[in-house]
Design a protein around this ligand. Structure first.
Ligand code: URA
Length: 201
């Protein structure tokens, strides 16, 4: 299936409970010919509202980390582990929550063919849920970020800290790990360019 056909099919998915409260499916966007795909956790409020990945506070930080590497969204492809917002509605006011294992498993029917259609050289897993889904179940984000791992959907995968974690850790004196996010994207991008160059026919 083409990426466009996949996006179309995904937009009417009702295979898990996340579809009940969503305003928009957030399929992903960017350059499908890019050698680099970034895979986050899942849409938050802003993403659910707009149908676009990483457009809230985390997205602004991701844009800055891309820009600090001389990159923009047009250079990469950005998507998420789950395509609909995961939130706890029990108090009336929705609170974002990590997607549950069954929600992640159900949404692989979209993520896997999406990655196969793009076939990037490198995948950056943004945050632990993405790394656990695409690299290995027991991935330890603080110990194992910034390293190469085998991945079924790219030549290699690298995980990095999630901007929402960095925002929570940030203080006046500490960047919360922002410099690591920039460094991990740098490693992933230079690796992706090198792999693409080495394999030009
Ligand atoms: N956090 C994510 O993991 N993905 C988004 O699209 C937005 C915030």
């Amino acid at each position: 299936m083409t990426l466009e056909a996949l996006k179309q099919a995904c937009s009417t998915c009702h295979d898990c409970r996340l579809s009940q409260k969503r305003r928009n499916v957030v399929f992903g966007e960017g350059n499908p010919a890019s050698p680099l795909v970034l895979v986050g956790e899942g849409p938050g409020d802003e993403e659910d509202k707009t149908g676009r990945p990483f457009v809230g506070r985390s997205g602004q930080m991701l844009d800055r980390a891309l820009a600090d590497n001389g990159l923009s969204r047009a250079d990469v492809y950005i998507c998420n582990t789950v395509k609909c917002r995961a939130a706890d509605w029990s108090t009336g006011k929705p609170q974002n929550r990590p997607p549950s294992p069954d929600e992640v498993a159900t949404c692989r029917q979209w993520l896997v063919p999406q990655l196969e259609a793009i076939s990037p050289w490198v995948i950056v897993c943004i945050g632990a849920p993405s790394a656990k889904n695409l690299i290995k179940k027991d991935f330890k984000i603080t110990q194992e970020r910034g390293k190469y791992f085998r991945c079924a959907y790219a030549k290699t995968a690298i995980a990095t800290l999630h901007p929402s974690y960095i925002l929570r850790q940030s203080t006046k004196e500490f960047d919360g790990g922002y410099s690591l996010l920039v460094a991990d994207i740098h490693l992933a991008w230079t690796t992706a360019l090198r792999l693409r160059e080495e394999n030009r026919g």
